[in-house]
Design a protein around this ligand. Sequence first.
Ligand code: SF4
Ligand code: SF4
Length: 146
Amino acid sequence: MIDYLKEIISGTWSLFVGLGITIKYFFQPVVTVQYPRQTLPMTPRFRGHIELVRDEETGGTKCVVCGMCQKACPSGCITVEGEKKEGGKGKVLSEYTLDFTKCSLCGLCVESCNFGAITFSKDYNLAGLRKEAYVFDLKKRLEEKK
Ligand code: SF4
Ligand code: SF4
């Protein structure tokens, strides 16, 4: 009989302890978000895949097709192509492809660019069924962001 009463008291006590914890957290600020409907802003040092930076003056890209990022990449992820400017010096970017399946996010491409033309994106929720979904046309992505 005494053991039986002890079990009831201990069960009731644990019930109130559990309820106390629930009530305590119920009144504290919410620290989760309703992903994927809500997303959190990434920290400034977060490294997503690289992306082209917009030139605010021209609305186009800052890339001058020097090819340094392509040479610097140890994994061969980057393909840069340019076309000769009509009646001018230098080239205009015609293709900038990133094969993100090979990228180690080392940052050598970003460091090697002397024109601030590429940076890390804040894109952290990529999803795809085929690896081809991770080969990005960065020029097109920049144009679509307008
Ligand atoms: S992104 Fe920078 S390093 Fe790469 S080709 Fe363009 S200007 Fe050169
Ligand atoms: S972060 Fe590194 S591996 Fe990825 S594209 Fe740039 S240089 Fe290549």
